[in-house]
Design a protein around this ligand. Structure first.
Ligand SMILES: NC(=O)c1ccc[n+]([C@@H]2O[C@H](COP(=O)([O-])OP(=O)(O)OC[C@H]3O[C@@H](n4cnc5c(N)ncnc54)[C@H](OP(=O)(O)O)[C@@H]3O)[C@@H](O)[C@H]2O)c1
Length: 225
């Protein structure tokens, strides 16, 4: 199986790469800038990891270069993982931050998936790592304008992709990784990145067309929109 992961240099993206490499899958790790940890993963014996760096997911040109760099490669699992979280409150409204989070968290997964459509194998699986903070039903604490809006929109991207790609046999999942100890959370959280990635990969392994377009918690539960 060949997998492509964005935001692969650290956090949950790096954990996805590590687990896929460990089980013998081919991994294309996409990032803006490689990290020591990602390089070390690539240097492990038996590792089948290719790093493609210099790819900002907000750039049409760089995402186009990613598609070109794949040549005739076919991807069986695409994980749109790259994302940012910034605090935006009603008291400190920062519209530029809202727009930036929207661009990275919601627009970029559509850009990347669209650019790689010709590289998706028959029966490929596509994931977008969104967040429970994008759940409208679950929002009883307010705030976090840019993050919540962008992740809700990311969920809608995935739901539309699930409809549009069904005829190609491609299934889509929206993934909530849990509250995970990464740079994004300042090291706070309930689980580490490897536990999160393991749960999410189990969901992707089981995913089929009957379940396409759903919003999953890493613990296997279906989340409300
Ligand atoms: N941690 C949590 O509790 C949690 C909860 C819910 C959802 N999530 C989601 O899980 C995903 C991974 O988060 P994480 O916790 O692993 O965060 P992280 O450690 O901060 O990693 C974020 C990753 O996204 C990449 N990225 C950010 N902006 C990018 C851009 N414009 N182009 C390309 N790559 C970009 C970063 O690359 P650079 O190193 O180049 O910045 C990094 O690889 C995100 O989508 C996040 O929203 C996380």
């Amino acid at each position: 199986m060949k997998a492509l992961i964005t935001g692969a240099n650290r956090g949950i993206g790096l954990a996805f790469c590590a687990q896929l490499v460990q089980r013998g899958d081919e991994v294309i790790a996409v990032c803006r800038e490689r990290s020591v940890a990602l390089d070390e993963l690539g240097n492990q014996s038996g590792s089948n990891l290719r790093i493609i760096e210099g790819i900002d997911v907000t750039s049409d040109q760089q995402v186009g270069e990613l598609a070109d760099a794949l040549g005739s490669d076919k991807i069986d699992l695409l994980i749109n993982n790259a994302g940012i979280m910034a605090s935006v409150t009603l008291e400190n409204l920062d519209i530029a931050s809202v727009q930036k989070q929207f661009e990275i968290n919601a627009v970029a997964p559509l850009r990347v998936t669209h650019a790689l459509l010709a590289h998706l194998s028959d029966h490929a699986k596509v994931a977008i790592v969104t967040s429970r903070m994008g759940s409208i039903d679950d929002n009883d604490s307010g705030g976090s304008y840019g993050y919540r809006m962008s992740k809700a929109a990311a969920n809608m991207v995935g739901r539309s992709l699930s409809v549009d790609l069904k005829d190609r046999g491609i299934s889509v999942a929206l993934l909530h990784p849990g509250w995970v100890r990464t740079e994004m959370t300042g090291g706070n959280g309930l689980i580490d990145a490897s536990e999160s990635a393991q749960g999410l990969l189990e969901i992707m392994d089981r995913l089929n067309l009957d379940q396409t377009g759903l919003f999953w918690h890493t613990n296997g539960e279906i989340l409300p929109w």
